[in-house]
Every structure is written in C-alpha cells, then in structure tokens.
Design a protein around this ligand. Structure first.
Ligand code: UD1
Length: 367
C-alpha cells in the first residue's frame, strides 16, 4: 500500500508534537504513515531517548542531515526530503513546530506539489532575528492545512492573508503528550535522584543562540545562575550547544562550583518528571513555556518576547526580558492550578487526525 501521510521530524520538540497525531491516525484508520527523521538532532539524548519515551523508537527513514549553518542544514534537509518524497509519493506531508526540519520538509513538499499540513501554525514572536520566526512565517505560507492551538495564532494567519478554510483550531498536541505521560513522569520521581524536594528547586534550560552564543552574555547569565543557586537548588540539563559554549569559556566549572547541578540533556519522561515537581522553571524554550502553564508551574522566560502570548495571559509564564539581572526575580514556590487554555485538553491529535483523514478522502485535494 502506498504512503498516505508522511511526517517530517528532525528535532526534539517535533517528536513530542507529531506523535499524538500519528497515534490518533493509527487508532482511526489503516492508512499507511511514514515517519522521516531528518537527523537535525542526532545525539541519543536529544533524539533516540526521546523517541523511545514517546513510543516511536524507530522512524521509517533517517536522513542523517546533522548540524551546520542554517543554510547548510536547511539545504541538506531540502535535498534529502525531496528524495524521500519522490520515492514514497505520499498524499500529504505533515510538519510541526518551527525548526529547520519543519521549513525544509514543507518547502521540499510544496516544490514537488504535495500538500502540506503544519502542526502549530500561526505563532509569531515578530522577532525576525530568531531563526524559528523565519521558519514559522515561511512554513505557514507553504502550508495547505494549518493546525493552530490558540486564538492569537488564528488572528496572525488571517492578518497574513491565509484563508479561513485552511485554518483549523485543533489545540495543542504537545499538551496531548504531556497529559499522556504526566502520571508516568510523576511516578518516576526523577527529583529524588538529585536529592531535590518537590516545589523547592528551580529547573533551568537555556539553548537559544541569543542567550548562549555571546560569551559576555553567557558569563553574565552564569553569574546569575550561581547567585540563584545560593537561594535555591538549581538543576540544569544542558543542551549540547550550551554545554559546548560553557566548556569553551570555562563557565561550566563556575556553575558547578556554585552548586548548580549540571546534567546531560534528559529523556522526555525524566525531564517531564523534574518539570512536574519544580518550584519554578527558568527557560528560553518555547515548548516549556506551554508545558509549565499546563502544569501550573511558575515559568520565567529569559527572552524579550514570546510567540506564545497565551501562556502570559492564561498561563503561568512571565517574560523576564533581556537583562540577565532579571534572573534575581526567580523564586521557587508551590505548584498552582493548571492553566485552562482552550484546546489544550489532551485531544488535539485526535482532532488533527480527523482533519487529515477527511482530506485524504477528498483525494488529497486539501485546498
Ligand atoms: C533546534 C531548533 C530550536 C529548538 C531546539 C530544540 C532550529 C533553527 N532550532 O535548536 O528551535 O528549540 O532545536 O532543542 O531548528 N547539537 C549536538 N547534538 C545534536 C544536535 C545539536 O551536539 O544532536 C549541537 C551542535 O553543535 C549543533 C548545535 O547543537 O550545531 C545546534 O543544533 P541545531 O539543531 O542546529 O539547533 P538547536 O540549538 O538544537
């Protein structure tokens, strides 16, 4: 049987967003699905471990694109995905989020005339210095089916001229994964491994180029993290790009000497486990702003803007801005009520699956 739905995934957050849709399609229909992993993330900590936790241990194809400059990585993705598409001839290509694999997958599909569905459409930071913002803008221009998870996203797309019939409010598939694995994460009690007490520690993740690529800025952030560690236990699973910068600059030793628990990146369930018990999260990630809101954990975002404003208005997120000294505002505290955000109910993947399957019945004519 020929492939109906082909998913292009490449980086950690893609896996978490795509799996609920893949599973929901599988539960409803026998259409053939194919998962193509571009290889943007290749360390087992960022890729294999996460996929295994999500129950998707082996993608159907692995393209081995790897790291590089944006042009390098996106260009290699485009070439490799096109080859896979010509061989598999899927009816619809599904991409998610805003990473380079998302844009590479959408562009390859659009160029060979295959309709594109985009999970998590319409988010805008209005900050074009973020590579992700470029990926979001272009992917949404290429997509035929745009799956959104917040009202602001609908408005953004309308303003950019996307037709209403193409916009589908399905909700947040990343929160589907969270709801599905939350209990397992709690039971795992990963915090006990680091002798941490629930609600008393701060969980830190930082990997954006704007925070970690400039040495002076990274040094200022490291100083603030060291200071934070004098007020509360700090646990910091470190993304490879951040670790490389901290290593090169000798800042890793400074953090360790200050008592910051510097960890390797964690698998999905282990990370979620720490997140469910954290007293606060300090991050520059997009997905973690959403997860913290859905869990009722206070979130401090070290960025001047967010493409996820609903986490500020209805969730637990607070923008710290650009100044590393703002980290002094971070304090752990008791977990609050989970934010009630429309469509963040654990069933977004099912709604997306229904739309995809309906589009396939229409013979892939999705416009
Ligand atoms: C990418 C996404 C970002 C997302 C993040 C999630 C883009 C533009 N950025 O950022 O939006 O929040 O994934 O984690 O797509 N590296 C490794 N091993 C790996 C992967 C990366 O060591 O498995 C190192 C390499 O030095 C690489 C660097 O990290 O050059 C950056 O990796 P890349 O995938 O380009 O971007 P991320 O920072 O992970």
């Amino acid at each position: 049987m020929s492939v109906s739905l082909l998913y292009v995934v490449g980086a950690r957050p893609n896996f978490v967003k795509a799996v609920p849709v893949i599973d929901a399609v599988c539960a409803r229909s026998e259409v053939v699905q194919c998962v193509v992993h571009t290889g943007q993330h290749y360390d087992s900590a960022l890729s294999a471990n996460v996929l295994e936790d999500l129950g998707l241990p082996k993608p159907d194809r692995f393209l081995g694109v790897g790291s590089g400059t944006h042009a390098d990585q996106t260009g290699r993705t485009l070439i490799a995905v096109e080859r896979a598409l010509l061989e598999e001839q899927p009816k619809i290509v599904v991409v998610s989020g805003d990473v380079n694999a998302t844009l590479g997958g959408a562009l390859a599909a659009a160029k060979v005339g295959i309709p594109v569905a985009h999970i998590e459409s319409g988010l805008r930071s209005r900050d074009r210095t973020m590579p992700e913002e470029i990926n979001r803008l272009l992917t949404d221009q290429l997509a035929d089916l745009l799956f959104v998870h917040s009202e602001d996203a609908v408005e953004n797309l309308r303003r950019e001229g996307v037709a209403d019939e193409q916009i589908h409010f399905v909700g947040n598939t990343m929160i589907d994964s969270l709801r599905r694995f939350e209990l397992r994460a709690l039971e795992r009690a990963a915090w006990t491994r680091f002798s941490l007490r629930p609600e008393e520690f701060v969980l830190v993740t930082l990997h954006r180029p704007s925070n970690v690529d400039d040495e002076d800025r990274l040094a200022a952030i490291a100083d603030e993290l060291a200071d934070l560690a004098s007020r509360a236990p700090v646990v910091f699973p470190i993304h490879p790009r951040t670790r490389a910068r901290l290593d090169d600059t000798g800042l890793l030793g400074r953090l360790e000497a200050a008592g910051v628990a510097c960890l390797e990146p964690l698998g999905y369930i282990d990370f979620l486990s720490l997140e469910t018990a954290a007293g606060a999260v300090l991050t520059d990630s997009g997905g973690i702003q959403e997860e913290a809101s859905a869990l009722g954990i206070r979130c401090f975002t070290l960025r001047p803007n967010t493409e996820r404003p609903v986490t500020l208005t209805l969730g637990t997120n607070r923008l710290l801005g650009d100044d590393p000294a703002s980290i002094r505002q971070v304090m752990p505290g008791p977990r609050g009520a989970a934010a009630e955000i429309p469509g963040w109910d654990g069933h977004a993947g099912e709604r997306a699956a229904d739309i995809l399957l309906a589009a396939l019945v229409d013979d892939g004519t999705v416009r």
